[in-house]
Structure formats: C-alpha cells, structure tokens
Ligand binder design. Sequence first.
Ligand SMILES: [Zn+2]
Length: 298
Amino acid sequence: MRHTPLCFIDQDKETAERNKDEVPEDQMGIRNLVHTEGIFESPIDLNIAKMKDINLPLLEWYNFEIPPKKMKVTNTGHTVIFSAKWGQERPYLEKGPFFGKYVFSNWHLHWGANEMEGSEHTVDGSHCPAEMHVITFKSSYLTQASALKEQDGCATLVYFFKLQDPPNPAFQVIIDALYDIQKAGTSKKLTPTNINNLLLKFESDYFFYWGTVSTTACTHYLMWLICRTPIAVSAEQIDALRFIFDENGNQLKRNFREVQPVNNRTVLHVCPSTSKYCTLLQPPVTQFFRSEDFSDRS
Ligand SMILES: [Zn+2]
C-alpha cells in the first residue's frame, strides 16, 4: 500500500496522552480530536461496543428532495461515480459535527468479487457486499479540490449495502445504466431522478471518525459519517457491478481498500437513539416494494 505524508499532521503527543480518555462535548471538541489524537488512515473496522457516545445538534439536510437538472454516471476504471447538476443551490448538510454548509458533490461505489466482501469499512470484523461513499465539501471552499486541502474541507457519508430478495427500484436506475458504461472512461446521461430515493437521511444515531483520503499528491483529512441503516438491494444488483471493466479491459471485480488500524482514534456514536445490540440496524426492507409488488398478494 502506498503511504504518502499527511499534509496537516502536527500531532502533540503530550496533549494526545492527556486527552485520550476524554470525550469531546461538542462540535469544537470533535474538531480538536484531530490535534489530540492525530489522523490515521481509512477505512477501519466499526464496532459499536468500542465507540464513545456524544450528543450533537441533529444533522440537517436541505434540497435533497429537489431533482437535479442533469445526472450522469461514469465508469472511471476504478469505480462507478454519479454526478449531478442542479438549476439552483445544490443539496447540502448542516449542523451535526459541521461548522458551515457541506454541499453534495458526487457519490461512488465499492464492491467485491463475492457477497462476503466489498465494503471498505468492516462491521464487527465482517464485510458488507458493497458500500457507497457520498462526497460532500464545505461550500466556503468553493470547490472539492480546494476543500480537500483544508482540515475541515470534506466529509464522506458512508452507506452499507445489505442483501434482500426483491431488487431495490431506486438502485436499479443505476444498474440499468451499467450496460452502457462497461468500458472504462465512458459516461451515460441519466434521466434526472430524486437522489433522495436512494440516500437515507439520517439526523441522529450515526457514527463519526476522522480519517483520510489519498490523492496522487498527498493524504488529506476527511470526516467520515456512517449511516447505521444499510440500503437493501438484491444479490443480482450487486453482481451487475462486477461486469464493468477497468482501464486494462479486465472485469472490475473488486475495488475496496484494506481496513486500517483504529489506533488511539475516538470513534463516536452520535446521538444514540436505538438499540446498541448490533453495530448496524436492519434495513427497512418493505420501503423498497412498489405498490404493484403487493398486487398479487391481496
Ligand atoms: Zn470510496
């Protein structure tokens, strides 16, 4: 694995030692974790039993219900990335761990060669079959590229995928487009649909930690917010992802990174409001049935 220097690390080991058992009490406390604990790589294993509870203002979601004007899906050769353009202000998040507005940039997927792998983060030591990363950046930095250079520039929302029998209609829109972007570097325009159909809007009961993202030049700070409720999709839908090709014309069967040590990092459970028996909650299976799916059962 490639290791590049961290841009902003200036870890004060004495401070880290002094504060390691303290739980941050507010948004500023979360920000300070970077200075007291340092930053280590992502992804990590998530285990609710090892997390620290924290109460923060509820995460607020704006404009996610407004359909974009244009929507596109691209095979980058490493993943499938979805981008969109809005006629007005883009969707954004506020409050929770954030100071300021974090606007929606794009989202991409990670998957594996079979159903036993695929997610980047593991949950209690096990992989989920796929994981979606929704990239957001702080609007005051204007672009994602300039935001990446800042400590608080970018945040990734993490959604795990779990298998269910019926296909997820919101996810099928993406799957249907894959046939046209099998070659690396190709894109397809999509009929704009509400991105809300796929993203679960969580405002409490999620996980937070500081990690990193690597670019060719450097490794950057990144906030990770993990939704506790997985998205339910069918095994056939995940399997379709394995039939796109990388830059060498080979099937892109797996594109997830290895789990990294948590080290002394604090992983937070923000505003816990449901059971702590399991790290992830059950996906809301029935919400993905359309009315016609029930027509032959009545
Ligand atoms: Zn990713």
